[in-house]
Design a protein around this ligand. Structure first.
Ligand SMILES: [Fe+2]
Length: 163
């Protein structure tokens, strides 16, 4: 039987998975926009992407940094260097998202259609880096968080009278 702490951690894992899926969707939207340049851009979708990109990414990073990383570090302090690197990647991705947002606004809303190649390069730079980060989050950080949860459940199990 799993204790109350596991329910909290299950919710943490579920929230983390939802955030990973949201970020995958952002990558798909960025790639769709890049592939549509210069003349097949869905301006409504691009505008929506520009309006939501920074906040969505920041929200997902906050979930990871406020719930997932502290749990992992409590169980495995030796992970500090890796977690520090992941936090730095979050900062880099959010800074790049800010640039991308401005570039989308310039292209779609203000009709600045010069430097399309540079715009495409900026979009690809973000979704390629973000996908690489998400693959590590999905394949390594999420399972590690789940194992941390499982280990804490074993430790926190009430002992039976026979023990
Ligand atoms: Fe992350």
């Amino acid at each position: 039987m799993r204790g109350p702490s596991s329910k909290i951690s299950d919710r943490g894992a579920a929230r983390f998975e939802t955030c990973l899926a949201q970020q995958v969707d952002l990558c798909c939207a960025l790639e769709t926009l890049a592939d549509a340049l210069p003349s097949h851009v869905d301006t409504k979708a691009a505008t929506l992407l520009a309006e939501t990109l920074e906040d969505s990414l920041h929200h997902c990073h906050q979930i990871e940094e406020n719930f997932i990383f502290p749990a992992i570090l409590t169980a495995r302090p030796g992970m500090l260097a890796t977690i520090t690197r992941l936090r730095a990647e979050h900062v880099e991705d959010e800074e790049q998202a800010c640039e991308v947002k401005d570039a989308i606004m310039a292209f779609v809303i203000r009709q600045k259609r010069k430097d399309v190649e540079e715009f495409g390069y900026l979009l690809r730079g973000l979704f390629v880096a973000l996908r690489r980060h998400l693959a590590f989050d999905r394949d390594y950080v999420l399972p590690l968080y789940r194992r941390t949860d499982a280990a804490s459940n074993i430790t926190n199990q009430p002992r039976s009278p026979e023990d």
